[in-house]
Design a protein around this ligand. Structure first.
Ligand SMILES: NC(=O)c1ccc[n+]([C@@H]2O[C@H](COP(=O)([O-])OP(=O)(O)OC[C@H]3O[C@@H](n4cnc5c(N)ncnc54)[C@H](O)[C@@H]3O)[C@@H](O)[C@H]2O)c1
Length: 463
């Protein structure tokens, strides 16, 4: 049993804390959002993440988990590990905003009572471990006390929607450390989650910090690659779905992250890709490939909305758009940087009415659009009330829908941003079906012009 403090009760902090508690450690999770702490004390999870409520409730019953609203309170219990899991959103220039990480470091320095390993789990640029070390050291100096401490980087690779399984059964655990003592202590802590020692990767803090960005940028690259290829496939009469299968059988390539669609969103890929670009700029080494990945993703959303306006022209102002899917991906209620936000904004700008449905993310989208749009109780209600359908999240409920249900739409038009249906089925039903890279364009779509081929955001002036 180890004493662990976790700062930040978000998607990463709460999953991390709950999983450590499940292994018998004594965990205190701190969040400065009192409302979140109150909910957690009652056993309510403030966001949707499958299986998380079960382990949190179990840990509460066993008294292995506790919640607090100040770091001071948690440090009075002298934890051996302090995990920092606060947000690192994008600044206007794309760099990671480190203010939350730095505030946590300052509070740790102010309240640390005895040796601890401070573990940075947030996604942070290279050099942050040193920054955190210096902030804590200067606070200790201000206090006139000498307390030894370690700072380690331990980037998190869980994916929302399957976060608990990812944490309990990780592909790998990456730790960046400066001392053998910290490496050994962290190995000991993570051992119950590992099936083999080889999954535990010890490296320097800069390498650990950069590994996280490299991993997310690689996944984003695969998505943008397939999205760009999908446009070429459409022009050449090829089918991106078939191409994907042809590529995925190659074990060097594999099947993951090869789906063409409206592009990536969420709280990680967009901000981490932007931060990696910014790190390159700061080092006077432009990350041109990664920048292009970002550009392609940006254009993909604009192009998708443009497709809807091209189909309807000014008549769009008289139509009701039905949206299936608001979350940035299935099995989460997270709408941070979700394509749905941009698509809804464009539809509203053009005067369309909008009715939406998502199995779990509706409450979050209400905070943005309020009564400017309507909210359906189920997916069928959308089909009954809308002129056309826009599919933006590949929830199983939508991918398993029977194509003929779309005949309820007044105009029998579907814009599918996730390639959920078979174009031939839709065509056979007489539905105008716009998907991505599956040669669905003719006879409905207008060919894409060269105006979409550009290399910087400022050129994206297609409205
Ligand atoms: N969400 C993911 O899927 C994921 C996956 C891997 C890595 N990450 C990274 O992990 C970090 C956290 O992400 P998240 O999605 O969990 O963020 P989040 O926004 O869901 O949670 C962060 C929490 O920290 C709290 N907080 C901020 N400052 C605090 C302070 N001084 N004291 C106490 N609490 C404080 C906030 O109130 C919030 O509840 C980010 O760097 C992110 O990039 C996220």
């Amino acid at each position: 049993m180890k004493k662990i403090a976790i700062v930040g009760a978000g998607y990463v902090g709460l999953v991390t804390g709950a999983c450590f508690a499940q292994k018998g450690n004594r965990v205190t999770i701190i969040d400065n959002n009192q409302e979140k702490i109150n909910q957690l004390l009652e056993g309510t999870i403030p966001f949707y993440e499958p299986h998380l409520d079960t382990i949190v409730k179990d840990a509460l019953a066993k008294k292995t988990i506790n919640f607090a609203s100040t770091i001071q309170e948690a440090l009075s219990d002298n934890p051996a590990f302090i995990f920092s899991c606060v947000g690192t959103p994008s600044l206007a220039n794309g760099a990671a905003d480190l203010s939350y990480v730095e505030n946590v470091a300052a509070e740790i320095g102010t309240h640390l009572q005895q040796h601890a390993i401070i573990v940075n789990k947030s996604t942070v640029p290279v050099g942050t471990a040193v920054k955190v070390h210096n902030i804590i050291a200067s606070k200790l100096t201000e206090r006139g006390v000498t307390i030894s401490f370690d700072v380690a980087s331990n980037p998190e690779f869980l994916k929302e929607g399957d976060a608990v399984n990812d944490f309990l059964m990780p592909d790998r655990v990456v730790v960046g450390v400066d001392s053998a003592h910290a490496a050994e202590a962290l190995y000991d802590l993570y051992k119950p989650f590992l099936t083999t020692e080889k999954q535990f990767l010890v490296m320097t803090p800069p390498s650990a910090e950069l590994t996280k960005y490299a991993s997310n940028a690689m996944l984003a690259t695969r998505i943008s690659f397939m999205n760009q290829l999908a446009h070429l496939a459409d022009k050449l009469g090829a089918d991106i779905h078939q191409i994907k299968h042809g590529m995925a059988q190659d074990r060097r390539i594999g099947a993951h992250f090869l789906n063409a669609g409206i592009g990536y969103g969420g709280s990680c890929f967009p901000k981490d890709v932007a931060a990696l670009v910014q790190m390159g700029m700061e080092q006077h080494y432009p990350m041109t490939l990664v920048k292009e990945v970002e550009n392609i993703n940006h254009v993909q959303r604009i192009w998708f909305s443009h497709r809807i306006s091209t189909h309807y022209g000014p008549a769009l102002a008289t139509k009701t758009a039905g949206i299936w899917g608001l979350a940035f991906k299935p099995e989460t209620d997270d709408i941070r940087s979700a394509p749905s936000i941009d698509v809804i904004k464009k539809l509203l700008e053009q005067g369309a009415n909008v009715i939406v449905y998502d199995p779990v993310a509706t409450e979050n989208i209400k905070k943005i659009f309020g009564n400017h749009i309507s909210y359906a109780d189920n997916s069928q209600q959308v089909l009954q009330q809308a002129d056309f359908l826009v599919l933006l999240t590949e929830w199983e409920e939508f991918t398993k829908a029977i194509p003929s249900q779309c005949l309820q739409l007044k105009d029998k038009v579907v814009f599918d941003g996730r390639n959920c249906f078979n174009p031939e089925d839709m065509q056979a039903l007489g539905i105008s079906y716009y998907c991505i890279g599956r040669n669905s364009n003719a006879p409905y779509d207008k060919p894409m012009s060269n105006q979409y081929v550009f290399t910087s955001h400022s050129d994206a002036n297609i409205w």
